[in-house]
Design a protein around this ligand. Sequence first.
Ligand code: ADE
Length: 290
Amino acid sequence: MTEEPGGQRDGNAPGRGTRLDIVTIFPEYLDPLGVSLVGKARAAGLLDVRVHDLRAWAHDRHHTVDDTPYGGGPGMVMKPEPWGEALDAVLASGPEPPDRPPVLVVPTPSGRPFTQQVAHELAAEPWLIFTPARYEGIDRRVVEHYGARLEVRELSIGDYVLAGGEAPVLVMVEAVARLLPGVLGNAQSHRDDSFAPGPMAGLLEGPVYTKPPEWRGRGVPEVLVSGHHGRIARWRRDEALRRTSGTRPDLIEGADPAAFDKHDRATLSALGWRPGPDGRFGRPSADVEE
Ligand code: ADE
């Protein structure tokens, strides 16, 4: 899967699908991109994933990619030269002239939150280049240099610090890949996802059930086997409201009140929510039964 410098100029060709380049010192960390949904999307030609070993562009005997930080302090910083050479080579392997320049995705705990909305935005791009860093991060001049030529998105997958950006790349690639046309069999598959845009926007997906109808003494909610589509949709929405109220009240507080119909309002009221002066919902007492 790893490519050395000097690969031929064939990137982003029509019919090869969305192109993803990942530059890393641990190419094997990205091996999971060969299995499951992403692996199948690659095999189907919907995704063109290229993993590059950063050390191929570190020319000393030890292929050094890090050095001590200016100003002192713990840890090491990734040197700009290997990143510059690697990114220049990846950029040069794209089509000439470029159809549309790639977006540079820089995983970092200091970045903006990676959300479903961002996943949709990235899924609309034909070419993404990921730069997962190790150590204390990459010399700032790299982001500044490429930021002058390309769109750079510094993104965090959550408020915790990992040992490197490779796991965040796996997370982001999977979230983006499943949004690409043709990757999930059914175009409706992500309609009810938690965080998906559309009718359930801003609500978490409620519980799901499958056969058998009884398991260890537990049945499934009667409405789901009623065959009554209207009642099922209403039940699902109530469950989504209930779950969101319980686990992510911030999403209810931040929701556009126009998103709630009369029945939603009754459900929210039963959960202890009240519209405030601006119409947005708040919960006067947080100790309400779920
Ligand atoms: N690198 C280390 N921690 C990270 C995080 N939470 N998100 C993105 N990149 C990271």
